[in-house]
Write a protein that binds this ligand. Structure first.
Ligand code: G4P
Length: 525
């Protein structure tokens, strides 16, 4: 076991989450720059579909191409192996992001200093909270006129429901932005706008007379007052509480100007968790256990529509994965061997002989994998924790070409296994309902069914508010509910009972009328 401990403990696997445009791509790029993984800014393609092109298929196809390369970006930094998992920028693919969050050990949240906490960040934070994922916050774009930093901290605490500990503090913003005081390392970082180079630190005592050579007297006074207040109001960094997801360290900076990014990264590698214990249904799996275990959290399908080839992304939960070794596909109960597993370094993917707990590898696949599948050295384990969330939009999906019913069925099944959207089958009339978080997902499904499965679908409106998974300790009450609400009952792809509420009002009524039934907005309860 000794041999891989150091390899595992030096891994830091995380995702950057943000509302679109807050600066996720820019920050990712700057982190790669520090890791020496790229050499010039502008090298990372934005993995987002431009807002103007929501129906532009070429754009989506292109985006899918880019996103395989940038799905995971690995690099070495000061002895650490860092894996950044990219998340789709477009909010219609939020479901994809939720799943990616099951494969990371921590998260960096980017917030636009002028806009504050935005909608999508709040939703993604809910997922982090459910999973107790440690988060660090980076308040970006301080070179632009930003909100008052104390207000921002209040907003983060309130909107993201997490306590904060500022580890750097901005001196003004916008045109008057002078830099940050690094509370974590106790130094003054003077701002010089520069898109390529790394900002430099001025070692300066706050009481030194030289301070006013860099910032105005008023700014110096305000900085000292602010720091005093911070001292009184906010606790100093408690790594344990951060690791328990109770408190979020906050940094301020400007990703575009490479300012405050190194400080973030230096603190990150020091405090962010190495691979953590993963909970399987049977037991908790420690990353340092020698036998290999892992699960599929993402499937990237059909790079070439003529060959149904996919890449299944595996998060390694324990031990070491080796090429050309037999591993057990627990759901299928069979052994599989992989001759060309790929790992991701910088923006390249290459075939590797081995990889360790914390790493993500890509396995070329021709239909063996579904999202959530477990691979092991032999043990029968099932990793939990890939919850489905109630979709926001629903439509009936119908066959538009009677000659191609089989193809349509197959296409729908495979796209659902891949996690493109959620399928609910009405137990009342057998009709299929597709649930998504955004309109774009319907368009992607229609397009892919046609191009990859030669099947045509038609959408029909259905007015639904939420899909609620239901449970009860009282089996008779559950059966009674299902009988009385028969018209609204459906099953998900795992056969679980789902109540399709058609309005918030009726959902509330159902809650009142059936107190023994529990209604869940995620499939994990
Ligand atoms: P995203 O991935 O979170 O969607 O955001 P992205 O990094 O693409 O950044 C969104 C926009 O914000 C980009 O401008 C980017 O240059 C800008 N930006 C990022 N960080 C900073 C910062 O620290 N200060 C300022 N002032 N701007 C920042 P764009 O005009 O949309 O794109 P581009 O044409 O510059 O690429």
């Amino acid at each position: 076991m000794q041999y891989n401990q150091a390899e595992i403990s030096r891994r830091r696997t995380f995702a950057i989450i943000a509302h679109p445009d807050a600066g996720k791509t820019t920050l990712t790029e700057k982190l790669l720059l520090f890791g020496g993984a790229i050499h010039v800014a502008g090298a990372v393609k934005s993995n987002k579909i431009k807002k103007t092109a929501t129906s532009d298929w070429m754009e989506i196809e292109k985006q899918r191409g880019i996103s395989v390369a940038t799905s995971v970006m690995g690099f070495n930094y000061e002895g650490y192996k860092i894996n950044i998992l990219d998340t789709p920028g477009h909010q219609d693919f939020a479901e994809d992001t939720y799943r990616t969050l099951t494969a990371v050990d921590s998260v960096i949240i980017v917030i636009d200093g002028a806009r504050g906490v935005e909608q999508q960040t709040k939703r993604l934070m809910e997922v982090c909270r459910m999973r107790k994922t440690p988060v660090i916050v980076f308040v970006n774009k301080m070179d632009r006129e930003s909100q008052d930093p104390f207000d921002l901290l209040d907003e983060i605490e309130e909107e993201l429901q997490i306590k904060v500990t500022p580890l750097s503090w901005p001196i003004d913003s916008g045109e008057r932005f002078k830099g940050v005081y690094n509370i974590y390392e106790k130094g003054l970082d003077i701002y010089t706008p520069n898109k390529q180079k790394i900002s430099e630190r001025v070692e300066l005592d706050l009481d030194s007379a030289q301070l006013t050579e860099y910032i105005s007297e008023a700014q110096a006074k305000k900085l000292k007052d602010d720091l005093e207040l911070i001292n009184e109001v906010y606790p100093s960094l408690d790594t344990e509480r951060y690791l328990n997801a109770e408190v979020a360290p906050v940094f301020f900076g400007s990703a575009l100007n490479t300012f405050g990014v190194k400080e973030l990264l230096d603190c990150f590698v020091r405090i962010a968790p190495a691979p953590r214990v993963t909970q399987a249904e049977e037991r908790a799996v420690d990353p340092y256990e020698e036998p290999f275990t892992g699960f599929i959290f993402k499937i990237h399908a059909n790079m070439d529509p003529n060959h149904r080839s996919c890449i299944a992304f595996v998060k390694i939960c324990s031990g070491q994965f080796e090429r050309n070794t037999n591993y057990k596909h627990v759901r299928l109960g069979k052994n599989l061997k992989f001759s060309s597993p790929t790992a991701f370094m910088a923006q390249k993917k290459e075939i590797v002989d081995n990889a360790f707990a914390g790493d993500i590898i890509g396995l070329p696949d021709t239909g063996n994998f579904k999202i959530g599948d477990t691979l092991t050295s032999g043990e029968n384990l099932h990793f939990k924790g890939l919850p489905s969330f109630s979709p926001e939009m629903f439509k009936y999906i119908e066959n538009a070409d009677p000659m191609k019913a089989k193809q349509l069925q197959k296409g729908i099944d495979q796209l659902m296994d891949e996690g493109v959207a959620q399928l609910f089958t009405s137990t009342f009339n057998g009709r299929k309902i597709i649930g998504t978080v955004g309109q774009l997902q319907f368009e992607v499904i229609e397009y892919r069914l046609l191009h990859e499965y030669q099947a045509q679908c038609r959408w029909e409106p259905v007015s639904l508010y939420k899909a609620c998974w239901i449970s009860s300790d009282n089996q008779a009450a559950l059966e009674d509910f299902k009988r009385r609400k028969a018209q609204y009952m459906a099953v998900d792809i795992h056969g679980r009972d789902v109540y399709m509420a058609d309005s918030g009002y009726l959902l509330n009524m159902a809650r009142q009328d059936f107190p023994e039934i529990e209604f869940h907005f995620t499939s994990e309860f």
